[in-house]
Design a protein around this ligand. Structure first.
Ligand code: AMP
Ligand code: MN
Ligand code: MN
Ligand code: MN
Length: 289
């Protein structure tokens, strides 16, 4: 809670790999006490108009967001864009290219699973995704449904990761392009869940330096993907680099989420919230008295 506002700046609908439609997601957020919500689907902003409409019905302030997949030094990183312009043509075209790459990767993932004797994953994942993008989460759900793993979390230990069946070493967008797309469409670029990457301190310092140099302004400090110790660790990194701090549940839906909505603890003291200068999350001044 911040000044009575529950702020959640990272969530997914079924436009990407979440289970709820944008409308259902916003309703879920409202039920869980969230008052400022960013919808940040992977590589896709097409759920935002629907979410915006639902948000106005529920009295939620919707932040237009996106989570872009990036390859940096052979690793996959996620860059969240907050307050992006959904009408920006360059952003739309850039995201369309990433989605095309996803489709190719999905075919390769299915071929890899086939080699391990696991059949029909592409057809199942495509049917579940419908018009939406294909993610590893769709394949994870296939593997759980067909009893190759007990839950999606264990899928990401046995499948779809480096050295395991279904892994594809995919080339995503480069960091510079992703940050530019976000910043040039009026948004703020936020390094998502830095604690989830297999990056040691030296490379983390390099990454943050480069990210800031390219125009990135914040990192996620409190996220469903971080432990309590990581909240403190990444608050220190943010301070070291003069970056602002973001927070978000990364909610995907019941049973496949890192964290339920409405449960985010406050940012550690000393953090500058990414929303500090956003007009939409300022309380009327009399509420501070
Ligand atoms: P993709 O962007 O298609 O590679 O899919 C990555 C998605 O899979 C992430 O956004 C998460 O939703 C999910 N995911 C990745 N790693 C894990 C994990 N260890 N546990 C649970 N979900 C994961
Ligand atoms: Mn996801
Ligand atoms: Mn992510
Ligand atoms: Mn996410």
């Amino acid at each position: 809670m911040t000044n009575g506002l529950m702020i959640d700046l990272h969530s997914h609908s079924n436009i990407s790999d979440g289970l709820l439609s944008p409308t259902e997601l916003v309703a879920h957020a409202a039920q869980h006490g969230v008052s400022v919500l960013a919808l940040t689907d992977h590589d896709d902003i097409s759920g935002l108009p629907e979410a915006k409409q639902a948000a106005s019905l529920h009295g939620i302030q919707l932040i237009h967001g996106v989570e872009i997949s990036v390859t940096w030094k052979k690793r996959t990183l996620h860059i969240v864009g907050l307050n992006v312009d959904v009408e920006n043509e360059v952003l739309k075209t850039g995201l369309a290219a990433v989605r095309q790459g996803r489709l190719e990767r999905a075919k390769q993932m299915a071929a890899g699973l086939e080699k391990s004797g696991i059949h029909g994953s592409f057809e199942w994942a495509s049917a579940k995704a419908g018009q939406s993008i294909l993610t590893r989460m769709h394949f994870a759900r296939f593997l759980v449904e067909h009893q190759y793993a007990k839950d999606t979390k264990s899928v990401f230990k046995k499948f779809l990761v480096k050295g395991k069946p279904g892994f594809v070493d995919h080339q995503w967008m480069d960091l510079e392009s992703a940050v530019s797309l976000i910043v040039n469409s009026g948004g703020e670029a936020v390094l998502a869940h830095p604690g989830r990457y297999d990056i040691r301190r030296t490379n983390m310092l390099l990454l943050l330096e480069e990210f800031r140099g390219l125009g990135g302004t914040a990192i996620e400090v409190v996220t469903g993907s971080h432990t309590g110790a990581q909240y403190v660790e990444y608050a220190k990194y943010a301070q070291l680099f003069g970056l602002k701090a973001s927070q978000g549940s990364d909610y995907h839906g019941k049973g496949i989420s890192f964290m339920e909505m409405g449960r985010l603890p406050a940012l550690p003291s000393g953090c500058i919230p990414v929303w500090q200068d956003w007009p939409h999350v300022q309380l009327p001044s009399d509420q501070y008295q």
